[in-house]
Every structure is written in C-alpha cells, then in structure tokens.
Design a protein around this ligand. Structure first.
Ligand code: NAP
Ligand code: G4F
Length: 330
C-alpha cells in the first residue's frame, strides 16, 4: 500500500488529509513538534477512522527548522508522497515574527526538498506544497489564476512565494514531481480559533449560550474567498495523482467581506451582530490584503474539481458545530 509523510499533520488541513489517506489505505507518517502539552485534539478526534486504519498512522518528532530530523525521517520512511502543510500560518503574527516565519515557511521547504533528494527519492516521491492566495496580496487582476503575478503583503506571504518558486525550481532543475496548490482561505469547525472565521463562529455560539459578552475584531472590510477545508484536502491528494506535476488555484470563486461573515454567523443564532462586535487596533495589519477571489477553472478542467460548500453553508456548519460544542461541553 502507498505511504505518505505529512508535515503539519496536527493542523486543520493535516487532520482532514490524514482521514482521507487512511480511508484510501495509505500508511500515514506525520511530523510532530515537541511541545510542553501533548494536546493533539484534531488527531485524537479523527472521524470515521477504524482501529485498523488508526494503526496505520505513525507520528514522529521533528521540526521544519531542524534538517537532521527531516533527513533521518525521509531516509528511514521513504514515503511515496510528501505533503508539506507545516507553517507558521498566521498572517498577523508573521509581522511580529518575520524571521521565524521565513525560517519555517521558506527555508523549511528547502530543507524538506533537500531531505527528499538526499534520501534518493528525488525521482520517485511526489511532493505537495501548501501555497496560498496570500501570495497574490495586492492583486493585479481579478479573479486570480495560476498565471497571475504575485504581490505579497506580509512576511508570511513573502515566505510562501519563496516556497512556491522553490517547488517549481525542484521540478524544473531536478525533475521532481513537485507541485503547489494555491489554496484560497478554507475553513471548518477545526479551524484555529484565532483566524477570523472561527473566532466569529465561536463567539456567536458562546454569546448565544451565555458564555461570552462580545467579540473584538479588526478590519471588517477585507474580502476573502472562503471554502470548506475538508473539500480542499481532497484536492491535495488529487494533484499528486495527475500524470504530470502542475500547480493549481483552488477557490470557490465567491468573495465576501469579513462583515458579511460576521452578520451571517450572528444571524444563524438569531442575534444582531452590531450589539456584540467591538473594534481593536491590535488585530489590524501593517499592510492588508484587501480582496482576493480565485478562478479554479484549471482544476475543474483537469480533474473535474468543483466546490460543493460555499459561503452560507460554510458559516452555518461552523456555527452549528460551535453551538453544539458549547451546549454539550464537548
Ligand atoms: P494550521 O492549522 O495552522 O496548521 C499548521 C501546522 O503546521 C500545525 O500542524 C503546526 O504544528 C505545524 N507547524 C508549525 N510550525 C512547524 C514547525 N516549525 N515544524 C513542524 N511543524 C510545524 O494550518 P492549516 O490551516 O491546516 O494550513 C495548512 C497549510 O496550508 C499551512 O502551510 C498554511 O500556511 C497553508 N494554507 C492554509 C490556508 C487556509 O486557509 N487554511 C490557505 C492557504 C494555504 P503545531 O500543531 O505543533 O502548531
Ligand atoms: O482569518 P485570517 O487571519 O486569514 P488570512 O489572513 O486571510 O490568512 C489565512 O488564509 C490564507 C489563505 O490564503 C492562508 F494562507 C493563511 O495561512 C491563513 O490561513 O484573516 C482574514 C481577514 C484579514 O483581512 C484580517 O485583517 O480578517 C481580518 N480580520 C479582522 N479581524 C481578522 C480579525 N483576522 C483575524 N485573524 N483576527 C481578527 O480579529
């Protein structure tokens, strides 16, 4: 059976990808960081995974900042597929920690690509890079597609542009099957609680349940193309099953403001958001991405991909999950 190595396995996307690959019969190896807490909630709560499938999941200590662990693991495990999902993924935080963000999100990619080559896997192992719509930043055309020029607006996005081109370069220079998914924002009940979508759905649910009084936010005018993370994880796998390595934009093609997300989330619990939202400068960014919206027609053409869950459905499913958790205490 095939095997996969996932960095960022404890994150939102890593958990959905793990469920998918285990269901397909893969042996899944995940890179995990040492931390003082053993809380790996998303992996502890994988859905629809049998005991037999769970036995095919193996976690290994390492870090994208530590070449030795990557070289050792790739040399030992020799996976058929590598998914590089690990990153310091918070754009606002990247302004506070630009050097660390660059080390992990940019240099970390090269460490991993070199570890694959050093293990003698350069011509056999397929590589997926988690690129981002943040690379389009101050977008030069709308909607954005694979050919749109990048204009990154944060240390996070600059590092992602570097990794994107490193992935292209390893394909061109070394003949690796390496490709990037340029994924637009994707959300779910497993989204980190300090990204705006989840922060808002969690707040709406907690306020409705009487557990919180208000929520503090930054820029409500920014516009994003929000899709459902579970559907986007499936695309990562699909990209590595193509005949040749290609980069793909993955997006819904719909664009909504943060304010619209807030209004929809509070409406889902029959509340008027104006009564519960406060502004805090702390959540503003030194340079903002005002609006991004993607054109995923290449993915539709090459492997028939189309998103099923869009804005309203996504907001509702996230609010419902948060409300259920608030009311049941789980
Ligand atoms: P996430 O939930 O924040 O997960 C990030 C993962 O990276 C976690 O497993 C984290 O481990 C791991 N990580 C962080 N620093 C690391 C390091 N130094 N070494 C090893 N692992 C490290 O992110 P996500 O939403 O699943 O996103 C997955 C990837 O797609 C990221 O690269 C992100 O930048 C990119 N992306 C996301 C979106 C989106 O909308 N979600 C869109 C485009 C691209 P811990 O659990 O130990 O922190
Ligand atoms: O939810 P966000 O932090 O997501 P952002 O910056 O778009 O980045 C996410 O999506 C990217 C997809 O391309 C990923 F690459 C990246 O890793 C990450 O997953 O912020 C969305 C918008 C921003 O314009 C921000 O200024 O919401 C605005 N916002 C307003 N108030 C807020 C808040 N963002 C956060 N995190 N917290 C606030 O209180």
């Amino acid at each position: 059976m095939p095997s996969a190595f996932i960095t960022g396995i404890t994150g939102q996307d890593g958990s959905y990808l793990t469920e998918l690959l285990l269901a397909k019969g893969y042996t899944v190896h995940g890179l995990v960081r040492r931390s003082s807490s053993l809380d790996r909630g998303r992996l502890d709560n994988l859905e629809d995974v049998s005991d037999e499938a769970r036995a095919r999941l193996h976690l290994h200590y390492g870090d994208l900042g530590d070449s030795n662990s990557l070289y050792r693991l790739l040399g030992e495990l020799k996976p058929d597929e590598v998914y590089n999902l690990a990153s310091q993924s918070h754009v606002r935080v990247s302004f506070d920690m630009p050097e660390f963000t660059t080390d992990i999100n940019a240099t970390g990619t090269v460490r991993l690509l070199e570890a694959i080559r050093s293990a003698g896997l350069g011509k056999t192992t397929r590589y997926y890079q988690a690129s981002s719509s943040e690379m389009f930043g101050k977008a030069v055309e709308t909607p954005q597609r694979e050919t749109t020029r990048f204009h990154p607006r944060s240390p996070y996005a600059c590092a992602k542009v570097f990794s994107h081109y490193a992935t292209v370069n390893y394909r061109e220079a070394h003949g690796m099957f390496s490709c990037s998914g340029i994924l637009f924002n994707h959300e779910s009940p497993r989204r980190g609680e300090n990204f705006v979508t989840r922060k808002v759905t969690l707040a709406a649910a907690r306020i409705k349940a009487g557990l919180q009084e208000y929520v503090t936010l930054g820029n409500l005018e920014a516009r994003r193309d929000w899709g459902y993370a579970k559907e986007y994880a499936e695309v990562m796998w699909r990209m590595l099953q193509q005949d040749s390595p290609e980069d793909y934009v993955i997006a819904t093609g719909e664009c909504h403001s943060v304010e619209e997300w807030v209004a929809e989330a509070f409406a889902a619990v029959d509340l008027d958001w104006h009564d519960y939202v406060r502004f805090d400068q702390r959540f503003m960014r030194a340079s903002e991405v005002d609006e991004v919206v993607g054109d995923a027609s290449k993915a539709k053409r090459d492997f028939g991909w189309e998103p099923q869950v869009k804005f309203s459905k996504l907001v509702k499913l996230m609010v419902e999950a948060d409300l259920k958790a608030c009311l049941t205490g789980k």
